[in-house]
Design a binder for this molecule. Structure first.
Ligand SMILES: *Cc1c(COP(=O)(O)O)cnc(C)c1O
Length: 453
């Protein structure tokens, strides 16, 4: 057995206390999620420490990619820790504003921004990164009608290649994101855009997420810096004020070690994109997974255990509704599982290979296949570490499975564990507008009400 890490010991303590306080209960709270707010603060601290200040970088704004965990109290916490927020939809923008991010610390990146969304963002003064030439024209038309305090950039696809997960790779030659810079004529056309649009002052790139090697990401940033230098050579120094280098730092899902670190990435940036550190450009970053993943975990009860074809199977309450990517693409998104007893204490029994299944009605709803774990029994708890980003915060409504409660956790100075409710559990018996309950049963859909005044 591997040694117990401080992180695993901390999860165990939190779990025991959660059971004691009834936040996990075999009848009432079958599944719950936890965000370690001390851990989040520590991670944000390492991010702030990793990047240099002046004279190398005149200014750095670290934004959190909201899609990684869009729960408003989590965003509020990040706002209070001095981060900005990267949003990709109107819904994420609404949540970032509700969390208290000032407009000038919000960056709106989306490949399909509508006219109304652009008008709103520009009126609010939110930073906007345009995805393509048509969007640049659209922004120009909006700005012709009303001035804006927004910082405006354009996203480059440096087309330097992908990582190990195709769906996470955004700098392939045919990626849907940004202006493909190496396609014939595009570099010149984008340079002309900088000549034509005085409001265009930033360059944005995001090479990809999980599965992209650090040197690939750093080389993507180098391409963006080179393009910014080209704009400056053409139109004078100061023409580009900053470079948004995106996010994408991968996360280690294999154990509790935090690797790679933000500092390692900054070393790679120094090696591949040294011109970023010459004090000429401000920098924005957009990390998501690397800020939250290791600071969250799920816990679910084992309801039954059985054996099929010689394979032990534990039927648990965590599956596709909270681990969507892992269930549909298990090879790309493996998750660790830890076995605990009903009191939350880690089980130390001799490992047996078993499947850990979720509650949904399709055969593929498995958190782990053929995984060596201490034998699970009904009433035990399974813990799923590293799920603070893109898991329970992004639930999938298959089978009308309810969204679990999410609890914020802090360990107080006296050692007590303090929980705060981030999101209440959904009650499966309570239907809402989302279930089509807003319409009375016999009203014809879409017909105007007759005789309405
Ligand atoms: C998803 C995304 C991010 C965040 O990626 P992570 O892998 O979570 O760090 C940042 N910027 C853009 C444009 C994105 O689409």
């Amino acid at each position: 057995m591997t040694a117990v890490t401080p992180a695993a010991a901390r999860r165990e303590r939190i779990l025991q206390e959660a059971v004691r306080q009834g936040l996990l209960d075999p009848e009432e709270a079958l599944l719950a999620a936890f965000v370690d707010l001390d851990g989040v603060a520590a991670t944000v601290g390492t991010l702030h420490d990793a990047f240099p200040g002046p004279p190398e970088l005149p200014g750095v704004l670290h934004t959190f990619a909201a899609k990684a965990n869009c729960l408003v109290p989590v965003l509020r916490e990040l706002a209070q820790l001095g981060m900005g927020c990267e949003v990709a939809t109107a819904g994420e923008l609404a949540r970032a504003l509700a969390a208290g991010f000032p407009a000038d610390r919000i960056v709106f990146d989306a490949p399909a921004k509508t006219r109304a969304e652009l008008e709103r963002a520009l009126a609010l003064g939110v930073t906007v990164n345009a995805d393509n030439f048509q969007e640049l024209e659209r922004i120009d038309r909006v700005l012709a009608r009303r001035a804006s305090t927004s910082t405006i950039g354009v996203r480059l696809n440096c087309q330097i290649g992908g990582g190990t997960i195709a769906a996470m790779s955004t700098a392939t030659s045919t990626s849907k994101f940004g202006v493909p810079l190496t396609d014939r004529g595009n570099r010149e056309r984008l340079l002309r855009a900088f000549g034509e649009y005085p409001w265009l002052t930033w360059v944005h790139t995001h090479t990809g997420s999980q599965g992209c090697p650090l040197d690939l990401m750093a080389r993507g940033v180098a391409q963006a810096v080179e393009f910014a230098d080209q704009v400056e050579a053409a139109f004078g120094p100061g023409r580009v004020t900053g470079i948004d280098i995106g996010g994408g730092l991968p996360v280690n899902f294999a154990d509790d070690e935090v690797t790679p670190t933000f500092s390692t990435y900054v070393e790679q940036l120094r090696a591949h994109a040294p011109k970023l550190f010459e004090g000429r450009y401000q920098v924005v970053t957009e990390f998501g997974r690397s800020v939250l993943a290791k600071n969250g975990f799920l816990a679910a009860y084992v309801e039954y255990t059985k054996s099929a074809g010689g394979r032990p199977i534990a039927l648990t309450h965590a599956g596709v509704q909270v681990a969507t990517r892992t269930v549909f693409n298990p090879d790309a998104w493996p998750l660790r599982i830890e076995a605990h007893d009903g009191n939350g204490t880690a089980k130390r029994g001799r490992p047996v290979r078993q499947d850990v299944a979720g509650p949904a009605c399709f055969a593929g709803d498995l958190l782990a296949r053929d995984r060596a774990l201490p034998p699970l029994e009904p009433g035990d708890l399974v813990v799923v570490p590293d799920t603070g980003a893109y898991y329970f915060s992004t639930p999938f409504h298959y089978n009308s499975l309810p969204e679990p409660a999410v609890h914020g956790v802090r360990v107080l100075a006296d050692g007590r564990i303090d929980f705060t409710l981030i999101r209440p559990a959904q009650d499966p018996w309570r239907l809402s507008d989302r279930d089509g309950m807003s319409r009375p049963p016999r009203e014809p859909v879409g017909a105007p009400a007759r005789g309405a005044r």
